[in-house]
Design a protein around this ligand. Structure first.
Ligand code: PLP
Length: 384
């Protein structure tokens, strides 16, 4: 068996705090020992001069380890209550690196309305390498049980699916995974570690598109993988270094800065989202509202598909496009944006029609947002 390299140790020992709000600020945010700088410096380097041939330094080459990334990874591990965490160049780099744990002939059970990019990489890339996936409604444990095969190596679920925001019961999934000696991988992008920490509920691996709530400011593309055990940390570290989709130091710095305000942003965004979901229920222009009772994303189906274009064009406040989880509200038409890579027939089967709108609620004032939506509904309601 090949011996796996150890992943760099964090030093000094981080402060361990019970409360999430305090951990956001004080766990893992190492101070620069020489200057006491309040933020971790950006080590914009690719290599590290070694003290001698026989005694390698703690860092040698920045794909294998970089102090700015190591500091961020300590914070990510603390937030997810994980044995280790690893920062990647995007959420998809994080998902893809985790998928490289598996081999040809292995099988996964995956949330059916998962992120379109996850569906694409599984069906158009990993399937070519012999990794098979069955897509089922993972909010239904019986459907998951029925999809498990003798070669099932993992369940890959999203805590809140996309775009219908269906909740998956993580402890129930952990039970099924354990009974079948499979790993439970949870994509927790939509809830963030503030609202849900799947490792404490039995997940083995947690993935985030850190581009969303962790970063929070629409200024960085990043991914995180957090793991339950030191053995899994070794395996993911091996893959991170071997495959090389690491997050650069500038982006590590930005992500660490964004994380400090995760709780205050989420508290406010969830409050506004839940009020908006109730408000949308009353609107005659809306046929269905999808809100899982938590989180800051609300999806809704317009009364008619043809209303989608005039509706989004008449919104003044939210940004229009593919992301979510930012301080600015973002409106997405999944059929055109996040799920455009899902084949049309499959989109239709899943009910992802043109009139389905996903609204990621930002930090704007609730009154301003509802007024903006009301004006856009007014402009769209007369469209045939
Ligand atoms: N997982 C989920 C649930 C997502 O919503 C996204 C992106 O929207 C990703 C993964 C991929 O993340 P990224 O865009 O950072 O590659």
């Amino acid at each position: 068996m090949t011996s796996l390299p150890t992943f760099p140790k964090r030093s000094p020992e981080p402060t361990r705090c019970e409360s999430f709000a305090t951990r956001l600020l004080h766990t893992g945010h190492e101070l620069d020992p020489t200057t006491g700088a309040a933020a971790v410096p950006i080590y914009q380097v690719s290599m590290f001069d070694q003290p001698s041939l026989d005694q390698p330094g703690e860092f040698d080459y920045a794909r294998s380890g970089n102090p700015t990334r190591r500091a961020l990874e300590g914070v990510l591990a603390s937030l997810d209550e994980a044995a280790g965490a690893f920062a990647f160049g995007s959420g998809m780099a994080a998902v893809s690196t985790v998928l490289m744990l598996f081999s040809a002939g292995d099988h996964l059970v995956v949330t059916d309305d998962c992120y379109g990019g996850t569906y694409r990489v599984l069906t158009r890339v990993f399937r070519r390498f012999g990794l098979d996936a069955t897509f089922v409604d993972t909010s239904n444990p019986a459907a998951v049980r029925a999809a498990v095969r003798p070669n099932t190596r993992a369940l890959l679920v999203e805590t809140v699916s996309n775009p219908f925001l269906r909740r998956t019961d993580v402890p129930a999934m952990a039970e099924i995974a354990r009974q079948n000696k499979a790993l439970l991988i949870v994509d927790n992008t939509f809830l963030s570690p503030y609202l849900s920490r799947p490792i404490t509920e039995g997940a083995d691996i947690v993935v985030h598109s850190a581009t969303k709530y962790l970063g929070g400011h629409s200024d960085v593309v990043a991914g995180s993988v957090a793991v339950r055990t030191p053995a899994l940390a070794q395996e993911i570290y091996f893959l991170q270094n071997a495959v090389g989709a690491v997050l650069g130091p500038q982006d590590c710095f930005l992500l660490q800065r964004g994380i400090k305000t995760l709780q205050v942003r989420m508290e406010r965004q969830v409050r506004t989202a839940s009020a908006l979901a109730q408000w949308l229920e009353e609107r005659p222009e809306v046929r269905e509202v999808f809100y899982p009772g938590t989180g800051a994303v609300v999806s809704f189906r317009l009364a008619r598909d043809a209303m989608a274009a005039p509706f989004v064009q008449n919104l003044r406040l939210p940004l229009l496009g593919v992301s979510l989880g930012a301080v600015e509200s973002i409106v997405t038409v999944p059929a055109r944006h996040s799920h455009a890579s899902v084949p049309a027939a499959e989109r239709e089967r899943r009910g992802i029609t043109e009139g389905l709108i996903r609204f990621s609620v930002g930090l704007e004032d609730l009154g301003d947002l509802s007024e903006d939506l009301a004006l856009a509904f007014e402009a769209a309601r007369h469209v045939a």
